[in-house]
Structure formats: C-alpha cells, structure tokens
Design a protein around this ligand. Sequence first.
Ligand SMILES: CC(C)(COP(=O)(O)OP(=O)(O)OC[C@H]1O[C@@H](n2cnc3c(N)ncnc32)[C@H](O)[C@@H]1OP(=O)(O)O)[C@@H](O)C(=O)NCCC(=O)NCCS
Length: 154
Amino acid sequence: MSTEASPGMITVEQVDAAATYPLRAQELRHGRPPEIDGDDAPYALHLAARLDGGEIVGVVRFHPRDCPWRQAEAPWQLRGMATDPRVRGLGAGRALVAEGLTRVVQRGADLVWCDARAAAVGFYERIGFTVVTGDYDLRPVGPHRGMVVELPIR
Ligand SMILES: CC(C)(COP(=O)(O)OP(=O)(O)OC[C@H]1O[C@@H](n2cnc3c(N)ncnc32)[C@H](O)[C@@H]1OP(=O)(O)O)[C@@H](O)C(=O)NCCC(=O)NCCS
C-alpha cells in the first residue's frame, strides 16, 4: 500500500530481516544487537517503509506467538516497530501496521499483540489496538503495556 505524505511518497514492502537492522539499531536497540530471536524463521514477516522507493524509514516484524493475555486460535506478535524521526506523524507507522495486519490475516491470524513502550501506547491506540494490561517493566527499556487487536477470521 502507499500513502502520499510530505516529504515524499511512503511505500511498504516485505524485506529480509537484515534490511530492518539499521533502523532497529538506531531507534530501538541502543547498543544492543539488532537481531531478535526468530528473525530468520521462515514464518517471520518483516516489512519496511521506503521513502520515494529508496531509503528505509520504517520497520516492523510480525511472527506467530502465543499471547500472554488473551486466548486466540492464531495469535501473532508485533515487534521491532520503529520509524525514522524525520517522517514521524506522516503515516509511515500506520501504513506498516496496516499492511502487516492485512498480510497476517491472509495467513490465518485472528489476533495481533505487542509489548507497547509507554511512549508508543497512544500510537497503537490510534491505529486500533487496545490496552489489556497495566504497566510492566521490560529491561532495559522500561515501562510497557500489553496491547492487542482482534482480527477478522477469513
Ligand atoms: C511509535 C512510532 C512507531 C510511531 O510512528 P509514526 O510514523 O509517527 O506513526 P504515524 O505517523 O503512522 O502515526 C499514526 C497516528 O498515530 C499518532 N501517533 C504517532 N505516534 C504517537 C504517539 N507516540 N502517541 C500518540 N499518538 C501518536 C499520529 O499522530 C497519527 O495520528 P493521526 O491518525 O491523527 O494521523 C514512532 O514514533 C517510533 O518509531 N518511536 C520510537 C520507537 C518506538 O517507540 N517504537 C515502538 C516500540 S513498542
């Protein structure tokens, strides 16, 4: 999918895990290795948002994993969500998650969940997720909340 947004056109596509590492390292990992367990599993879905078909300005990963807080037939976890500060608020994050939800529904998912950083809870709420836990600490990052979105079953 694509959305028109100054300073350029954002498009979302599937990429290899390694393509997501520079932005992950810069915005999420802060000195820790960019790899996350399961990155190279065949069922892991990595998406990137490109600016004008070139530079990667947003990344996210989806993979099947039981949800700690909700029963579901086919739950998937969202991880590694980040956009470049230069494009924040322009729809790249929304476009990445929307494309991911469409693709995981096609693979049978009925729920997507995430450990949402406290500062990102408002973003996830804005794009359809619901808070289902209180605050919990995930070191070394800090406070998080559990969030879920239920998906239509195909
Ligand atoms: C959270 C993050 C991914 C949002 O990306 P983004 O590209 O700014 O998202 P979008 O522009 O698509 O925003 C979609 C909507 O959410 C809103 N929004 C974005 N970030 C928000 C936030 N932190 N709190 C509240 N609302 C937010 C936007 O204003 C927009 O609202 P609209 O529907 O009125 O247009 C980005 O700020 C980021 O990478 N943060 C640092 C890393 C991080 O915390 N990742 C999440 C880890 S759980």
